[in-house]
Design a protein around this ligand. Structure first.
Ligand SMILES: [Fe+2]
Ligand SMILES: [Fe+2]
Length: 243
């Protein structure tokens, strides 16, 4: 990280140290779904000087706790995503939906954006539940079995979906849809700003939505930029073994 390297992908920058997410996010550089773009390309697109961004990336706060997600190893990281991020979605959806319903009832006449915010969030939740089920029932069990077989030298048959790229490409597509709809919610709510709203329901609902979006971005980043690339690489190696 000490030597300037503008050819590094923004996904890799964040995969190496998640605290860099705040710097990139501040310039609206998408590291979770647009993770393969290089720092140079991302800066060029936005008229930014990559050398200045590099200096900011070097200065990421030393006070924030640093979690080295790459050091978890693939099996542990998959379990972490399920236990922490899937669980978070399952636990927060019911209260958040209730808050959005209440907000629409009490403030809907003054805020024409609220029906669309509610509708987009409800659709996103339905999409997320089906998506997480695909990860938990199809891809993740196979990846865990594959890593276990590779570590212990056990035999394992090839997956029924023939190549991990097939479910992974579909899941990456889903991630783009999810981030697009959350970005729409963020724009409609003017970045969850509540300074013109005195209502407590508004403040709580928007703070919860904001947290939901941050959690989703980290969740998608861990899958797109660490779990999936590692799975593709490991599968290439695994597929070469006699079965
Ligand atoms: Fe997930
Ligand atoms: Fe996912």
């Amino acid at each position: 990280m000490k030597n300037q390297n503008f050819d590094i992908s923004v996904g890799e920058l964040v995969a190496d140290d998640y605290r860099r997410a705040d710097v990139l996010g501040g310039y609206e550089i998408d590291y979770s779904c647009g993770g393969t773009v290089t720092l140079e390309e991302a800066c060029k697109e936005r008229g930014l000087n990559p050398a200045e961004i590099w200096v900011e990336l070097l200065k990421v706060s030393e006070f924030e706790p640093y979690i080295d997600y790459k050091s978890f190893g693939p099996t542990k990281l998959i379990q972490h995503v399920v236990d922490v991020h899937h669980e978070y979605v399952r636990n927060s959806v019911i209260p958040l939906r209730a808050y959005l319903e209440k907000l629409l009832r009490t403030e809907g006449d003054k805020h024409p954006e609220l029906p669309e915010v509610r509708e987009l969030f409800f659709q996103l939740c339905d999409h997320l539940f089906k998506h997480m089920e695909k990860e938990e029932m199809i891809l993740f069990p196979y990846l865990k079995a594959m890593y276990g077989a590779m570590d212990r030298g056990y035999p394992l048959s090839m997956p029924y979906f023939s190549h991990v790229d097939i479910p992974i490409c579909e899941l990456e597509d889903n991630h783009r849809t999810q981030m697009d709809s959350f970005d729409k919610i963020r724009r409609l709510s003017r970045n969850f700003s509540t300074h013109n709203h005195s209502s407590r329901t508004f403040k709580v609902a928007y703070a919860m939505l904001d947290e939901f979006g941050q959690n989703l971005r980290l969740h998608i980043h861990l899958e797109n930029n660490i779990i999936f690339p590692e799975a593709r690489k490991a599968f290439e190696e695994f597929a070469l073994r006699p079965h």
